[in-house]
Ligand binder design. Structure first.
Ligand SMILES: Cc1ncc(COP(=O)(O)O)c(C=O)c1O
Length: 366
């Protein structure tokens, strides 16, 4: 199968481990293992973690973790509807590979997290782009118009990377209903769902046929566990399981046990992460006030902001120039659009403030 390079990841591989101020990440600041264990505040926990067998686990995930994941969804759901994967990236990959055929059409939002459009395109399907509008976000009428082209699948991302846009419950209901009615597969990448002011609705609330994709990476700050999941109809999970035997076999045993610990203490994790997010949004608002040529929409959830700039410079070059000054942002071209960059604001606040100062100074001079 053809594999087009994941341009953002290729760029990061050369830039993100040698930069002073990383303002490009899409996750909330990572927790250390010590912090996670302290938060759980259970003297027996260390011993039970030490006893974890470091072998393979059940391909669909350890039963306790699958059970705990069901608690994130409001409709009572059987653990059979949960399939634990090595990050949301594996869940998306398996789903798109299992459900799309060459010649199919699928709807995907743009700007996009490249995986969500690229995997389908590489499979020989055609992407029908649903464009973000600065004044109204993703307009549901444009979505309805795209349906005329008879897509086999909708690949949604809400809360959205890179804009921070969130669909209203009413819009989610409309999308779910029309997909059910027309028998269109509905995939919803919801990796930022826990990182709004409250736990946001899931497409699973509106359709028993939808697949929700979740992760410990973005909202929890535990990307190193490499644990994600899909929650959806068992028939779809079974198709993905067949493919998964060729990718990772199962998610890391230790990662799954730590994910279970984190989910059991999720409200404490959410509180810390949400506070950090709000504090950092204030820093962004303050910084952007200084330069009206930089435009951004305040993210409704998640820790990424989509910033448009007026300097006539390609976004990749902008990324490299800022990198030389010690600041990393994610060039817009890697999300399919020039004249923009994505700013990740989930990190440590003093570092964010210092990095923003350098960035604003750059725009003042250029
Ligand atoms: C929208 C979206 N989905 C999935 C992923 C992959 O996340 P994970 O670390 O869970 O594999 C990312 C990572 O940036 C993302 O932004």
């Amino acid at each position: 199968m053809k594999v087009t390079p994941f341009s953002l990841e290729r760029f990061f591989s050369k830039t993100e481990f040698n930069v002073r101020y990383h303002l490009a990440a899409s996750a909330i600041q990572a927790w250390s293992l010590r912090e996670l264990l302290c938060l759980a505040n259970d003297p027996d926990l260390q011993f039970s973690l030490f006893a974890t067998r470091l072998g393979y686990t059940e391909p669909e995930g350890i039963p306790e973790l699958r059970q705990e994941i069901t608690r994130l969804y409001s409709n009572p759901t059987d653990p059979d509807h949960v399939f634990v994967t090595s990050g949301a990236i594996e869940a998306n990959y398996l789903l798109l590979n299992s459900l799309l055929e060459p010649g199919d059409r699928f709807i995907v939002q743009t700007p996009y997290y490249q995986q969500l459009s690229q995997v389908g395109i590489d499979l020989g399907a055609t992407a029908l782009l649903w464009h973000y509008r600065e004044d109204k976000g993703f307009d549901i009428h444009e979505f309805m118009d795209l349906l005329d082209q008879k897509p086999a699948l909708v690949m949604l991302n809400t809360p959205h990377n890179p804009t921070g846009f969130v669909f209203s419950p009413n819009e989610m209901r409309q999308i779910a209903e029309v997909c059910l009615e027309r028998e269109i597969y509905l995939l919803s990448d919801e990796v930022y769902r826990e990182l709004g002011e409250t736990l946001l609705p899931s497409m699973r609330d509106y359709s028993s046929q939808a697949v929700s994709i979740g992760s410990m990476s973005k909202s929890y700050g535990l990307a190193g566990l490499r644990v994600g999941w899909m929650m959806g109809p068992p028939e779809i999970i079974a198709r993905c399981a067949t493919k998964r035997d060729y990718t990772s076999l199962c998610s890391p045993a230790l990662g799954q046990h730590l994910a279970l610990t984190a989910l059991k203490h999720r409200t404490k994790i959410w509180d810390r992460n949400r506070q950090l997010r709000l504090r950092n949004i204030t820093l962004l608002e303050k910084a952007f006030k200084e330069d009206p040529t930089l435009r951004w929409q305040k993210s409704e959830a998640g820790v990424v902001a989509w910033v448009s700039y007026s300097t006539k410079i390609p976004s990749e070059q902008l990324g490299r120039e800022l990198h030389r000054r010690g600041v990393l942002v994610a060039p817009g071209i890697f999300f399919g659009e020039e004249g923009h960059f994505r700013l990740g604001f989930g990190g440590n606040s003093p570092e964010l403030e210092a990095g923003l100062a350098i960035m604003m100074d750059y725009f003042k001079q250029n």
